[in-house]
Ligand binder design. Structure first.
Ligand code: PRX
Length: 626
């Protein structure tokens, strides 16, 4: 462990850019702590943000107890704020409490503002967006909840969802929450093998999908991928199929036409009273060894943490349009497109397309058309877009923007500056948010709601309320293994069916601490800069890939005796992994064979490749090896 992180720390950009941005301009300097966080009035002696942060970590029970009572609607109150013991990997929050997550995300807003837009589905073709109000989303959710019950889904079951971002995907997640089932959303770019692995591990009897996906002007046969996957999943009894396109697909006895059947259902579905610590969802993510792990998140703590971070990290206010361009298949989509945003009664965008479709102005044309106030994206896309030049940004009116967010990987200074200066016209705070699938929500970020906050380009800056980071194995110079020394409500509770792996991975490397797997550096002002992974996890375009998973695939080639996958630095993607893959994640072996046989003139049809440039990288790499 130690030697691994030492290696990484050597790559640290030690000369931090000292240009500091004060993000208080738009708020003025005088403020009242109550207007920032109403609960704070009751915290004796707390009069500013640094006092509030100290209170949140020193008086964690009082802080989280008050916030949970204030911000969530409970069916019955909790009796214990937290009951956590890192040595056993035991994390429990708000025990005794009962609530329903879908009621918190829907019903309570339907009571106060039924016609407020909950979702803006930004479909692949620009200008064809669909708006869904809170009333409509509740209806969809209830019908789907009733349909799932009719299909035999019960409290405690786990439903796998393999869908691109769309209202029915969100309604499916919330329908599970309503009837007490867990969901397991699998990114709809994953291959049938990856999907099958996840369905089998979650033991789902029900899969929800769409006939086809549409992305970047291309149609993707998602139902076909599901058909292939479920052949190897004996647990699956039924596949609910929604129609994203008008093309019919082959249906078997196992398949249920989703829209048709849900329209037969009632628009009222009684929410189940869930215990705070019942499972809300599983989300699979890569580790450095073995199969992807199904991280488990539970009801109350996760919901509270995502809504609080959504509100304060992005400075989200009622009526704002929140534009997170992640996919719902990743934790960013779960926490900020769906749960955090909807719990806050927000209007949230579901982005179906790509940053360059139909041209590199797509994001900013969308910002203008939908009047997006908070834009949240990945450095990899920013690095890609800045290469196309400023005009693609400047062609569009971005005056609605208030906060720009970055997530998934370190943001280099060039990309940060461009994001701030060109996209945000130099007036929007850029919040570089550090977190992970395991942490449930943002843990380190500048807080624009804090009028005192300063922001250093390329730094994640400061811990969020309740987060107490620690750098261990420090070697001088302020760098070390990033750990968190006390529990917070949003953290994962276990790995599905593998609690021992959970404790071994996160709590045993540094007893008494949660180990994040990342290295970080702390400046003398106490600001954090994330260095990157200390283990063998590769981060390509903000997506986690395990070296073991890649090697597994490569080792399936008969000619390969042994393999080792490594990341190497890549201008746009952060790290490259070099393999030509189709959009559904399949490695195109025939292309690799041609390269190895030096038949590069006969590569054949490359149109289904996700990134045709990857072939040239392989060719270049192969030449270097020769
Ligand atoms: O290495 C860190 C990197 O992404 C990892 C978490 O990946 P995942 O669970 O897929 O979640 C991604 C979205 C939250 C982390 O261990 N990472 C995430 N955000 C940042 C980051 N690295 C540097 N700076 C960030 N802001």
């Amino acid at each position: 462990m130690c030697s691994l992180w030492r290696g990484s720390l050597l790559t640290l950009t030690s000369s931090l850019n000292r240009r500091v941005f004060q993000c208080c301009r738009q708020f003025g300097r005088s403020y009242n702590i109550a207007s920032c966080m109403p609960e704070a009035v009751a915290f004796q002696g707390v009069s500013d943000h640094s006092g509030l942060y100290k209170f949140s970590v020193n008086e964690s029970d009082r802080f989280w107890g008050a916030v949970a009572r204030q911000r969530l609607s409970w069916i019955s109150p909790f009796h214990t704020v937290q009951n956590c013991d890192f040595s056993q990997g035991k994390i429990k929050w708000f025990e005794g409490g009962k609530l329903n997550v879908s009621v918190n995300c829907l019903d309570r807003h339907v009571h106060t503002c039924p016609e407020r837009v909950a979702l803006i589905w930004e479909r692949d073709e620009p200008g064809t967006e669909v708006k869904i109000t809170y009333r409509q989303l509740l209806e969809l959710t209830c019908r789907l909840g009733n349909l799932l019950k009719r299909q035999g889904v019960r409290r405690g079951d786990c439903v796998t969802i393999y869908m691109p971002p769309c209202p029915l995907a969100v309604a499916s997640m919330l329908a599970c929450a309503r009837i007490g089932a867990a969901h397991n959303v699998v990114f709809a770019g994953f291959s049938s093998e990856a999907l099958a692995d996840r369905i089998r591990d979650a033991q789902s009897s029900t899969v929800i999908t769409v006939n086809q996906g549409v992305r970047g002007g291309k149609v993707v046969d998602l139902k076909r991928t599901v058909d292939q996957a479920v052949q190897n999943c004996p647990s699956v009894q039924q596949v609910l199929v929604a129609m994203r396109t008008e093309n019919t697909v082959a249906m078997t006895d196992r398949d249920v036409p989703l829209e048709e059947e849900m329209m037969k259902e009632d628009v009222v579905c009684e929410p189940v009273a869930m215990d705070s610590e019942d499972v809300l969802f599983l989300l699979y993510t890569s580790g450095s060894t073995g199969k992807p792990k199904g991280l488990v998140h539970t009801q109350a703590g996760y919901l509270l943490y995502t809504s609080l971070t959504h509100r304060y990290v992005f400075n989200y206010h009622d009526g704002d349009v929140f534009g997170c361009v992640a996919d719902i298949g990743w934790i960013t989509g779960h926490s900020y497109i769906v749960y955090g945003a909807l719990c806050n009664g927000g209007t949230t965008v579901l982005f179906e397309s790509t940053p360059v479709y139909p041209n590199p102005g797509r994001y900013w044309e969308m910002v203008e058309r939908l009047e997006i106030n908070q834009f949240y994206g990945a450095p990899t896309a920013i690095r890609l877009l800045l290469k196309y030049g400023d005009e693609w940004v400047q062609n569009y009116n971005r005056s609605s923007l208030k906060t720009l967010g970055s997530v998934g990987e370190p943001i280099n200074t060039e990309a940060w500056e461009w994001y701030h200066r060109v996209v945000g016209d130099g007036r929007c705070p850029v919040v570089d948010t550090w977190w992970q699938t395991e942490t449930g929500g943002i843990c380190i970020a500048p807080r624009p709601a804090d009028p005192e906050a300063e922001i250093v380009p390329g730094m994640a800056m400061r811990p969020f309320y309740g987060i107490k980071p620690a750098l261990l194995d420090t070697e001088g110079g302020g760098g070390g293994a990033l750990c968190i020394s006390q529990a917070w409500p949003g953290m994962a509770r276990t790995i599905h069916n593998h609690h021992q792996r959970f404790t071994e991975t996160y709590f045993q490397p540094y007893p008494g601490f949660f180990f994040t797997g990342d290295g970080a550096h702390r400046s003398k002002e106490g600001y954090y800069q994330i260095v990157g992974r200390l283990d063998d996890v590769i981060n390509v375009s903000g997506h986690r890939l395990g070296t073991a998973e890649l090697e597994d695939v490569v080792n399936q080639c008969p000619a390969v005796a042994e393999s080792a996958a490594i990341g190497y630095s890549h201008d746009i993607k952060g790290e490259g992994e070099c393999l030509p893959k189709t959009r559904s994640g399949k490695i195109m072996r025939r292309v690799l064979r041609k390269v190895v046989e030096r038949n590069t003139d006969e590569l054949g049809d490359l149109s289904t490749l996700d990134d045709p440039d990857s072939v040239h990288e392989v060719i270049r790499g192969h030449r270097r090896l020769r």
